[in-house]
Design a binder for this molecule. Structure first.
Ligand SMILES: Cc1cc2nc3c(=O)[nH]c(=O)nc-3n(C[C@H](O)[C@H](O)[C@H](O)COP(=O)(O)OP(=O)(O)OC[C@H]3O[C@@H](n4cnc5c(N)ncnc54)[C@H](O)[C@@H]3O)c2cc1C
Length: 464
């Protein structure tokens, strides 16, 4: 189908949030109050932090402040790939922290197991399906990349199944596939908005005081108490945890380490049984192709296809703006790629199109830290893989607040910070040149130019 026609009726809003199950917002904060712990940000990062703070110590008085609606940002807009990896993939983790990769992989799987158990404990129905992820090669050079990946993992005892062209097409039927690798247990598919709302409900049940539409405008420190000012009130906090993603940070130093990168997504109408039979996909894995500019796609519980990725856009100046949530040029490109991948679905139309902002950092995986004499903690920089990893980051924040060393806080990955981005306007120039180089590499059989190789040597990069 002509992409413009296929997109003509697609709503310009995130499919997941466009649901009658979306709860009414909790009341704004009015007046003054105090708390043992104030969590700022109502995405996955903040929700996990508030929930687990109460689980660790039910007597703690915890307040969560969200500037808009719970889960309205990246948390309610993502692909719903809930991955075990804490390092934005094994290759990135192995490259940066080879001596602790075994531990990082084990802790990542434990984190994913704990997420599954939390859903059971609080009866959260978010269509959690532990299907794994199918990495597919659509160009010969990508097959080499998958084979290298297989070599890396063979020592780690992970559950991966390599697939030739016939095998991978028997899983998911696309004429573009040349081979694949099914990572079988390290990833679950879920509905991110229903997870968010379930976590909110669990927080409320444990007594967290949740205020939505309550942006924190400023923070003062008198040496013992951090005072957070909101439009209609203020909170005096003994401790503060920041789960504010890529938004202008209350801690100035964070702005050197994270930049906003926009990622875009389409959702199809539900497939008929016949259409689904044409694609196969009986094991319902998440799928990712293996270019530097990659697509990710998956089935929903009512057999729509979520189709996202490819263009990771940095807007010069590095601002977060509502108008960046829509990008027609990218939506058309995504629709074209969808029909190239699944020509048998030429009749399928799209019902939703949206974008969201990712907190990218130069090492692609989150970093953690403390400020204000250890009374404030933060975790940021999940770079497009935070659905599962935010729970680990929340645990790190709570460990740091407790002051007791743990296996998590002793990790080099947790103790080290990423290299900062240069300031604007150099930042925009460097990022746009890097994006151009990445696109060139994909067009030239993965060959990386001098610039990308120099960045690789410095352990720097740009990803989503
Ligand atoms: C299109 C897209 C697809 C993605 N797909 C995947 C995927 O499939 N798998 C995966 O693992 N990850 C994915 N991600 C990334 C994932 O969504 C994020 O890593 C994760 O949601 C980050 O959660 P967070 O809570 O840190 O940030 P956010 O969800 O951005 O939440 C931060 C919250 O803080 C609030 N806030 C900020 N400042 C203040 C303040 N001063 N006062 C009060 N509140 C404040 C904001 O309003 C916001 O609600 C994707 C992201 C996007 C955009």
């Amino acid at each position: 189908m002509d992409p413009l026609k296929a997109l003509a009726d697609a709503e310009r809003k995130p499919y997941w949030l466009d649901s009658p199950a979306r709860p009414e917002p909790r009341p704004r904060l009015f007046g003054h109050t105090d708390a043992d712990l104030v969590v700022i940000g109502g995405g996955f990062s903040g929700l996990w932090t508030a929930l687990m703070a109460k689980e660790r110590d039910p007597s703690l008085d915890v307040v969560l402040l969200e500037g808009r609606r719970i889960g309205w940002a990246a948390t309610g807009r993502n692909g719903g790939f809930c991955m075990a990896t804490l390092t934005h993939g094994l290759a990135n983790g192995l490259e940066r922290w080879p001596e602790e990769i075994d531990r990082l992989e084990r802790m990542g799987v434990e984190n994913l197991d704990e997420i599954e158990r939390t859903l059971e404990r609080y009866s959260v129905d978010c269509s959690f399906e532990r299907t794994g992820e199918l990495h597919v090669a659509t160009e010969p050079w990508q097959l080499e990349g998958l084979n290298e990946h297989l070599d890396l993992i063979s020592d780690l005892g992970l559950d991966y199944r390599p697939m030739d062209q016939a095998q991978v097409r028997a899983e998911v039927n696309s004429p573009t596939y040349l081979g694949g690798l099914w990572e079988r247990s390290g990833c679950a598919m879920l509905d991110p908005a229903r997870l968010t709302w379930g976590l909110r409900e669990a927080c409320l049940r444990l007594g967290v005081r949740v205020h939505e539409r309550t942006p924190v405008r400023s923070m003062d420190d008198d040496g013992t108490t951090l005072t957070l000012r909101t439009p209609h009130g203020r909170v005096a906090a003994r401790h503060v945890a920041l789960g504010t993603g890529v938004f202008p940070p209350l801690l100035r130093r964070l702005r050197h380490f994270v930049v906003p990168v926009y990622d875009y997504v389409l959702m199809t109408e539900p497939l008929s049984d016949a259409q689904l039979a044409d694609v196969g996909w009986r094991n319902r894995q998440g799928v990712g192709d293996s270019g530097n500019q990659f697509h990710y796609y998956r089935l929903t519980d009512d057999n729509r296809i979520l189709w996202g990725g490819y263009d990771a856009v940095y807007y010069n100046g590095g601002l977060v703006k509502p108008e960046y949530d829509q990008r027609d040029e990218t939506f058309v490109k995504l629709a074209e790629h969808f029909y190239d991948t699944f020509p048998q679905l030429a009749d399928v139309r799209f019902t939703h199109r949206w974008g969201g902002v990712i907190d990218t950092c130069t090492r692609f995986s989150a970093f953690y830290g403390q400020a204000h004499g250890g009374r404030l903690v933060y975790a940021a920089g999940y770079t497009g893989m935070g659905v599962g990893a935010t729970r680990f980051g929340a645990n790190v924040m709570l460990d740091l607040l407790s002051g007791e060393p743990t296996e998590r806080t002793e990790l080099r990955m947790v103790r080290e910070k990423p290299l900062p981005f240069p300031p604007e306007p150099v930042r925009s120039g460097v990022i746009q040149f890097t994006r151009w180089s990445i696109a060139q590499a994909d067009q030239h059989e993965g060959r990386r130019n001098l610039w990308l190789r120099a960045l690789d040597r410095m352990g720097l990069g740009f990803d989503s």
